[in-house]
Design a protein around this ligand. Structure first.
Ligand code: ZN
Length: 200
């Protein structure tokens, strides 16, 4: 079950996102591309939420970090610690809620996904999918909302000859789908839309 953001954020239909200086390589532009793609999917599907850049960390709703190991963050007296290897092939989003309403989200992205001693890091298309997936968590969807396409619990990365051609495969009832291009299922769209536009 998705968690709604606090009323002021929900009413604004915007999540202000701040990328910290921890981001390495071209991660900052990967996150920017994921935001652009999400916003265009949101507009087409009238999901009721878009991401905007926020230069000031203390004004942001969402703060993005690269991780290789352990990183702790705090909000309103609560500390959360994430342990994520830099070569992990998925990110991790931690949310802070008060009274059942989201107040803050921190996104942790592995700095060099898929990079092992004998293997290059996964290419930009895979990192785009990783970032996009975490943006969906920032909309209030949790692990129990996983399922289908963009929000699948177990996507797998496939290496091409060139890193720029790497893809993420997601198993669906109709076989495998490759991303990018980024897509969400109608059900994921419904959950986001309901969390941002319906009721109250
Ligand atoms: Zn997830």
């Amino acid at each position: 079950m998705p968690t709604p953001w606090k009323d002021t954020v929900r009413a604004s239909g915007r999540l202000k996102i701040h990328c910290t200086d921890s981001l390495v390589g071209d991660w900052r532009s990967v996150v920017a591309d994921a935001m652009t793609e999400f916003n265009s999917i949101s507009t087409r599907g009238t999901l009721g939420v878009s991401f905007v850049d926020e230069a000031a960390e203390d004004q942001a709703n969402v703060i993005v970090w690269n991780v290789d190991g352990t990183r702790s963050t705090s909000f309103a007296g609560t500390t959360t610690t994430v342990n994520l290897r830099g070569n992990a092939s998925a990110g991790n989003t931690r949310t802070f809620s008060i009274g059942g309403r989201m107040e803050m989200a921190h996104v942790f992205l592995p700095s060099t996904p898929g990079q092992y001693s004998q293997m290059r890091a996964l290419g930009r298309p895979v990192r785009l999918v990783i970032a996009f997936h975490e943006l969906i968590h920032c909309c209030g969807l949790h692990n129990d909302d996983h399922g289908g396409l963009a929000f699948h619990g177990h996507p797998s990365a496939t290496r091409a000859r060139n890193a720029a051609d790497d893809v993420v495969s997601v198993q669906t009832e109709n076989g495998y789908v490759h991303m990018p291009p980024l897509v969400i299922t109608p059900e994921t769209g419904r959950r986001i839309r309901a969390n941002w536009t319906s009721g109250e």
